[in-house]
Write a protein that binds this ligand. Structure first.
Ligand code: UGA
Length: 444
């Protein structure tokens, strides 16, 4: 089948590559000429394991192309995925729908005949209904354009796997139309995936939009729940990691997303819970999502708690101390530093007068753009030179498996603070280090 993907950022580039991998003929469209030029040669503008291989394989098979020209997209196919970004508004908690609206405004008037537009971006409930009205005004006479919403659930670091082997597919269509062709077309597009028995949930626009933000809100709540409990553990000397293991054995709870530590960041969970709160206000349901404000507050508090812990480990103050921060990405296997807890902690330490040197295996460049006032090293050992304390802020495998001997002789003080509860305390203590973990003690 011929498809286009409008917007080739994280979501769109992955979707385009994976749809080609399924055997479809795909044209990716983005207004950013640099991004398109890189994608055309199979180069991803961001770090995502495995994506470059999928891109290159499908580019050379001739199933995948990229362009900046939306007119090409209109002529190329009759099915168009919308994968543009929906960031937080500059002011307030709401979602900025500017890119989605611009994409729809550019594409709709160019379409001739019957077309299906499938939104994949994360949007506030009610967006599809509003866009459909907008599109109706822009549709050329005699043409018929259907809008469906099929949210994406991929995780950074696992984008290819999550797209090709999703936990579920969700398709929302106009509840007031009897003439939808979306289900039949989407079934055809995803036939290889559906044949593996993946649940396929057909519903209305509003439910589909809400499924996505509810899923992210639930994940964020789970993380803040365990982090709130870890504050109690810290107060009484209990071990939140053992506690998480124990409650996680209950299948109704599950162990995943119960890792206490620095909390959640990235371009999705923080902005999605805020967007959800803002939308609840708009629809008159402010009370319902009030708890999400607390989820957000608990999460933000982790960062300050971490800075306090570093100060405590340094004898009460970080003023004048050399601090190595290992990790800048919001999570491992990513170079994304949007709302990164690691960088936030590094920035706060610098503001309190510490000399901070950051090392991240993939995210140093992005960090430098966002936090140019910090120093950056090209290896963990270099970051740790003359450090009074070492902070592990992102649980990259190379930090988790780092032997204390690799840095013991370059540091000034053997003090390590584990912001992700990912190190083995005994190993560090045996090597003569003082080990601290956010969220209370760790039983070795
Ligand atoms: C998240 C969702 O997991 C995806 O399902 C969703 O599709 C995506 O947002 C999106 O909306 O596009 P992602 O932002 O890639 O995916 O990252 P996650 O793996 O969910 O991690 C988010 C943050 O939570 C990270 O900072 C991570 O370190 C933190 N986290 C995760 C914890 O602090 N504790 C945990 O137990 C798990």
């Amino acid at each position: 089948m011929k498809l286009t993907v409008i917007g080739c950022g994280y979501l769109g580039a992955t979707h385009a590559a994976c749809m080609a991998e399924l055997g479809h003929d795909v044209l990716g469209v983005d207004t950013d000429a640099d991004k398109v030029a890189r994608l055309k040669v199979g180069d991803t503008p961001f770090f995502e394991p495995g994506l470059s291989d999928v891109l290159r394989r499908n580019l050379s098979a001739g199933r995948l192309q990229f362009t900046t020209d939306v007119r090409e997209a209109a002529a190329f196919a009759s099915v168009h995925f919308l994968g543009v970004g929906t960031p937080q508004q500059r002011r307030g908690y709401g979602v900025d729908l500017g890119y989605v609206e611009a994409a729809v405004d550019a594409l709709t008037p160019l379409l001739r005949g019957d077309h299906l537009v499938i939104g994949k971006s994360t949007v506030p409930v009610g967006t599809a209904a509003a866009l459909a009205q907008r599109m109706a005004v822009l549709t050329a006479p005699g043409s018929r354009i259907e809008l469906a919403w099929s949210p994406e659930f991929l995780r950074e670091g696992f984008a290819v796997e999550d797209t090709l082997e999703p936990d579920r597919l969700v398709l929302g269509t106009d509840p007031d139309t009897a003439e939808s062709t979306a289900e039949q077309i989407v079934t055809e597009i995803y036939c290889d995936i559906l044949s593996t028995g993946v649940p396929f949930i057909r519903t209305d626009w509003a439910t589909a939009e809400l499924v996505k933000v509810s899923a992210n809100a639930f994940l964020a709540t789970k993380i803040s729940f365990i982090n709130a409990v870890s504050e109690i553990c810290e107060a009484v000397g209990a071990d939140v990691s053992t506690l998480a293991d124990a409650i996680g054995h209950d299948k109704r709870i599950g162990r995943r997303f119960l890792n206490a530590g620095l909390g959640f960041g990235g371009g999705c969970l923080p902005k999605d819970i805020r967007g959800f709160i803002a939308r609840a206000d708009e629809v008159g349901a402010t009370q319902s999502l009030r708890f999400l404000r607390e989820v957000d507050a608990i999460n933000t508090r982790r960062r300050t708690a971490m800075v306090d812990l570093v100060a405590h480990a340094c004898g009460g103050d970080v003023l004048g101390a050399n601090i190595a921060v290992l990790g800048a990405a919001f999570k491992p296997e990513s170079d994304d530093v949007r709302d990164s807890p690691a960088l936030n902690v590094a920035g706060q330490l610098a503001l309190r007068g510490a000399s901070v040197t950051v090392f991240d295996p993939k995210a140093s460049q992005n960090s430098q753009r966002m936090y140019p006032m910090l120093a950056y090293a090209t290896s963990a050992a270099e970051a740790c030179e003359q450090a009074d304390a070492v902070v592990v802020a992102t649980e990259w495998a190379e930090f988790v498996h780092m032997a204390p001997e690799e840095i013991s002789d370059v540091v000034r003080g053997r003090v390590i603070i584990d912001g992700r509860r990912c190190l083995d305390p005994q190993t560090w203590r045996d090597a003569g280090w003082r080990y601290h973990a956010i969220g209370g003690p760790m039983r070795a």
